[in-house]
Design a protein around this ligand. Structure first.
Ligand SMILES: Cc1cc2nc3c(=O)[nH]c(=O)nc-3n(C[C@H](O)[C@H](O)[C@H](O)COP(=O)(O)O)c2cc1C
Length: 339
């Protein structure tokens, strides 16, 4: 059975979302947090706060490390929201600053982003914008080697990489293969598109297969997985695959990972179960938004995005009502129609 990892999705998979998902749906091995980046020379505070499972809204909490994040999950929960933080950097300096901030928080696993296609990041030489810079990647991989061997009796830090084939051409990933193979990475997650395609257009399975055969690290596949049968097909086609990372497919069907696990037990969730659990998860997110934000429009802007990818699971009329609600009372009424 393949491990299923929840992909980082900036603006969607917040700490509240991750914890609610783990408690209500589960089936996910680890949740990759949206990237931490440098803003005005420092690690962005908003990103750092989100890595604290309790978040800023419960500001009496102290900074928690990764293990206590896991412990902080409801002990009754079927799964725990094991969170792996991610960083995005354009140079060895940014890399060091961000890594240091996470080590101070006690994290022992860090994912490095070399795939973000957002022009704001690519133009700053980050994410997919870094893939063509062999020298910068070499320096960062050397730093990973150094940090991994400098553990000095403390828990060693594990690094993984999440990447695309390139910004302009798949040659970029193949040029990096030897450098990546030589670095002490736990795994690589590959999204087989180019940065210039963003999140649409054909997936390049030819290049994925070449990378799969050249890569010496465990390889995780990421891209357009929306059903249990697709996961099973990947498992059959690529026996060496270490896992599947899913983003939008899990936002749209939060039960997907648990359903995949259950296929091995020969049972599936009914659509009634699914809607009930979606509503349960929504309650956690809604409650948190009401405690954190003020005024109908601020609260609504945070909770309405929860439904965006869930459209196929709910009646069209109610979906429209939820998205169009301008007042909390209208929103509550629309959501209540789902029960
Ligand atoms: C709105 C949005 C935000 C994203 N934020 C991140 C991010 O912070 N870090 C990252 O590595 N990938 C990010 N991604 C990419 C996803 O993690 C994933 O690689 C991509 O959606 C493809 O997988 P999927 O088809 O399963 O969704 C983002 C994608 C979207 C659509």
């Amino acid at each position: 059975m393949l491990k299923v990892l929840f992909a980082p999705l900036q603006g969607y998979t917040t700490s509240v979302y991750r914890k609610a998902h783990a408690e209500i749906f589960g089936g996910v091995e680890a949740y990759y947090a949206p990237f931490l980046r440098i803003e005005n020379g420092c690690p962005r505070e908003k990103d750092l706060r989100d890595l604290d499972i309790s978040g800023s809204q419960h500001s009496d909490s102290k900074t928690q490390d990764c293990d206590s994040v896991v412990q902080a999950c409801d002990s009754e929960a079927r799964d725990c929201a094991k969170t792996v933080p991610q960083i995005i950097a354009n140079s060895i300096n940014e890399f060091r600053t961000l890594t240091e901030a996470l080590l101070q928080k006690g994290f022992t696993e860090i994912d490095f982003n070399m795939g973000c296609p957002f022009p704001m990041q690519v133009n700053r030489h980050r994410g997919a914008g870094l893939l063509s810079d062999v020298q910068a990647v070499q320096e960062i991989m050397d730093e990973i080697k150094k940090i991994s061997s400098d553990a000095n009796g403390t828990a060693p830090v594990k690094f993984s990489v999440k990447m695309r084939l390139g910004q302009e051409t798949p040659d970029e990933a193949f040029a990096l293969s030897p450098i990546l193979n030589d670095a002490p990475l736990t795994h690589i997650t590959l999204h087989p598109r180019l940065g210039k395609q963003q999140y649409k257009g054909a997936l390049d399975f030819g290049s994925f297969e070449r990378f799969y055969s050249e890569c010496k690290h465990p390889l995780v596949y990421n891209g357009d997985i929306t059903s249990v049968s697709q996961i099973c097909e990947m498992e059959r086609r690529y026996p060496k695959l270490a896992g599947i990372m899913i983003g939008r497919g899990l936002l749209a069907r939060p039960s997907l990972a648990a359903e995949y696990k259950q296929t091995h037990l020969d049972s599936t969730a009914t659509s009634q179960d699914l809607l009930g659990k979606i509503l349960q998860m929504h309650s956690a997110i809604f409650e948190n938004a009401c405690q954190t934000y003020q005024g109908d429009s601020q609260i609504l802007s945070h909770v309405q995005s929860f439904w965006e990818y869930l459209e196929p699971n709910i009646p069209k009329k109610i979906f429209k009502k939820i998205k169009k609600a301008g007042k909390l009372s209208e929103y509550r009424e629309a959501v209540a129609e789902l029960t």
